[in-house]
Ligand binder design. Sequence first.
Ligand code: F6R
Length: 364
Amino acid sequence: EKGGYEHFMLKEIYEQPKAVRDTLNPRLKDKEINIEELGMSDEDICKIKKILIIACGSAYHAGITGKYVLEGLARIPVEVDLASEFRYRNPIYEPDSLAIIISQSGETADSLAALREAKNHGVRVLGIVNVVGSSIAREADNVMYTWAGPEISVATTKAYSAQLAALYLLTLKFAKVRGVITQDRYLSLQSDLIQLPEQIENLLGMKEKIQRFANRYLAADHMFFIGRGIDYAISLEGSLKLKEISYIHSEAYAAGELKHGTISLIEDNTLVVALATQEQLYPKTISNIVEVKTRGAFVLAVTNFGHKEIEKNADYVIYIPKTDNFFTNSLAIVPLQLFAYYISLGRGLDVDKPRNLAKSVTVE
Ligand code: F6R
């Protein structure tokens, strides 16, 4: 049951510290990362030439984050595909590829079909799955479970956060085995990982602040989410959360791509949620904030604690605690989930069961 929460979605948002902790902790021991269920020797890991991440919806967005993290830290080329595209696009299979299918339910028809397609071409398949014993878990060569527990709300929150955690572990493991990060970096990334659950917990404390802010935008027609790099990946997920439960149209854009079209949609008071968690990209994202503000946008920025400068340009700022640049999505997603939740609540909608959507999509 809902355990005192008004909706499963809010309950599940609050269960994220536990979901992330339960996914991380059993695999972090004695300053090493143990993912026995991978079933891959160090030699197997060193041989990987390419990773194919395949999923739908939010799991696909977790996969996009995975691409940035795996390429950035483990230096393995990654392609991310929507399962419904992958299965029909006649992809080019190369030897020594690893396919990773990400799915909360483990029953998504397109993801399962993509799994079979990859397997039939001799590609080793790893499932990152939440539901134990589900079809994808059974058919994958190996399964790395996300330990988020049952997720009821149609809009995924804790399973998505657990997927990110699983991808971080996999990345650190691969980076270490392949010898592409120093021991110091390996240890500092681990210590940042261990802090994530508590940092997520702290962010939940901003719920009232976010509700007050959300209440100003209940009648909006459309919104934009912008960011660069990993912040673009989280923009996609923030935008999906919002539109699926609030029915407000929204778009996520790579911030640098705005001027190639979307900026023509910015009008007086259009809300633009700007993600700016990557220090090396601050100046670039700020210049995009200035561009939309010049066209009348109201800018809500999500940035790192201490980046006070941004207050000169953004209208409203939400700060997230300090973590490694590669892990910021795990923190930035929390205010975005709460924002979507309170918009939906304020509009009097069925938060847990948005119209036309099913929790598990078992038809293509
Ligand atoms: C969005 C959402 C969907 C799912 C997608 C994949 O909140 O829940 O986009 O992420 O349908 O589902 P799974 O992960 O079960 O394969």
